[in-house]
Write a protein that binds this ligand. Structure first.
Ligand code: ARG
Length: 422
């Protein structure tokens, strides 16, 4: 134990430095967690086991990360490919719930964290660790999602969050890295954007993004083609759903991970899924994020449209409120809250009917629904038609309906017309 670890502990699940013997570190290979890997060994005189989780973040070389961890003294480094579990158990419920927080953020990070933390618990137990360490700061939502998960699933495990306590800024971290022979990816000259990504999307924070008057600079878009550079030809894609699950893209049946990746590819090409988002974090701060969410822009649009087609007016009135509640719980780090499972049961029930195919036209950044087909559509072209409806819909019944439907409103209007207090 050193001075910098001797912090006041406010929560029951925070580790007492004297008890930290073996730490499971959630390791990304970046500057923070690489410095952390050395720092934990030095400051706590503890052993470190690393865990790196593949959720489909593009361009990652896991062999390099593993090698780096070992060279920095990790006892073991586990790399877990959790793409399938992420897609099926986390992204799929989000699709069924049309999940967008704050009207624009499809929750890719918020969905990934409870899975990463659950895997950390499993690996910590298996490797005989007493503590889990992560690289989140004290200002974000991710610390909440990870620590709430660990505290819920593994009351016997403690956590440490060195970035919250070690009082090193970027400059000090770089100095520490140089001093301890820790290689710095991509050089140390310009501070990079703060990036998080997985197969459901990518976020950038920091630098000019913090200046609300600063319009996005081109170099922030590493995934999606800038709309002005996207093809001049529009492209129409079809997405087929079975019971709320996307199962085919352009008529080709695909397993979910591949379907998400292929949908992202076509969206990227057409500049689809750029979101410049002002967001209310649960820790009180308001921040700006630049999101690139090509797959979500296409699949959520398609799912929502199909769901609306097969739902009744009453389901379609109620569902968005519940969707919003679902998104808020997940955003707020309460993945394991029973209400989420309750809501999922409802989402699954509604989605039993959500089968069919939606066609979407992609063009220079926009996604527009152009065709719909479902055996379960609560739609009858003959009834809806302006031409003769064959006697199934009686227009002569309409006046009676209108009289009763408007009864209370008409009465109230008359009462108010008499003036306040009658
Ligand atoms: N604002 C988003 C969220 O709270 C994205 C956070 C990205 N995380 C990160 N460590 N850069 O879910």
């Amino acid at each position: 134990m050193t001075d910098s670890t001797a912090q006041l502990r406010t929560a029951s699940y925070e580790a007492d430095p004297a008890d930290v013997r073996r730490v499971l570190l959630l390791y990304s290979g970046g500057l923070d967690t690489s410095v952390m890997l050395k720092w934990i060994q030095d400051s706590y005189e503890a052993e470190v086991v690393c865990l790196t989780v593949n959720l489909g973040q593009p361009g990652e070389d896991y062999a390099v990360i593993e090698d780096k961890a070992k060279r920095l003294g990790a006892l073991e480094c586990h790399v877990v490919d959790a793409r399938r579990e992420f897609a099926e158990e986390y992204v799929l419920p989000a699709i069924k719930a049309n999940a967008l927080y704050g009207g624009g953020y499809p929750l890719f990070t918020a969905l990934g964290r409870p899975l990463i933390a659950k895997l950390a618990v499993e690996h910590a137990r298996r490797a005989g660790c007493d503590t889990i360490a992560h690289g989140c700061t004290g200002k974000g939502n991710d610390q909440v999602r990870i620590e709430a998960t660990v505290a819920t699933l593994a009351p016997e495990l403690k956590t440490i969050a060195p970035v919250r306590s070690w009082q090193m800024g970027r400059e000090e971290e770089i100095a520490y890295a140089r001093e301890h022979d820790i290689p710095i990816k991509g050089g140390a000259e310009v501070a990079p954007y703060s990036i998080d990504d997985n197969l459901w999307g990518r976020s950038s924070e920091g630098r000019w993004i913090e200046d609300l008057e600063h319009a996005p600079e081109d170099d922030v878009f590493q995934l999606v083609t800038r709309p002005e550079e996207a093809p001049d030809q529009a492209e129409t894609v079809t997405v087929e759903f079975e019971r709320g699950v996307p199962v085919a893209l352009n008529g080709e049946r695909l397993e979910l991970v591949e379907l998400l990746e292929r949908t992202a590819e076509v969206g990227c090409r057409h500049g689809v899924g750029i979101v410049d988002h002002i967001e209310d974090r649960i820790v009180g701060l308001k921040v700006r994020d630049i999101y690139e969410v090509p797959a979500a822009a296409i699949l959520l649009t398609a799912h929502q449209e199909l769901e609306k087609l097969v739902g009744t007016i009453h389901q379609n009135q109620a569902k968005p409120d519940l969707d919003r509640q679902w998104a808020y719980l997940v955003y707020a780090g309460l993945w394991w809250e029973p209400l989420r499972a309750d809501l999922d049961a409802l989402m699954d029930s509604v989605n039993v009917q959500v089968s069919g195919t939606i066609g979407l036209k992609l063009f220079k950044g926009s996604v527009r629904v152009v065709t719909r087909r479902s055996p379960n559509a609560v739609y009858d072209a003959d009834l809806a038609s302006f031409t003769e409806s064959g006697g199934l819909f009686s227009q002569t019944a309409s006046p009676g309906f209108i009289e009763l439907w408007s009864l209370q409103s008409r009465m109230a209007h008359r009462i108010r017309a008499r003036g306040v207090g009658g």
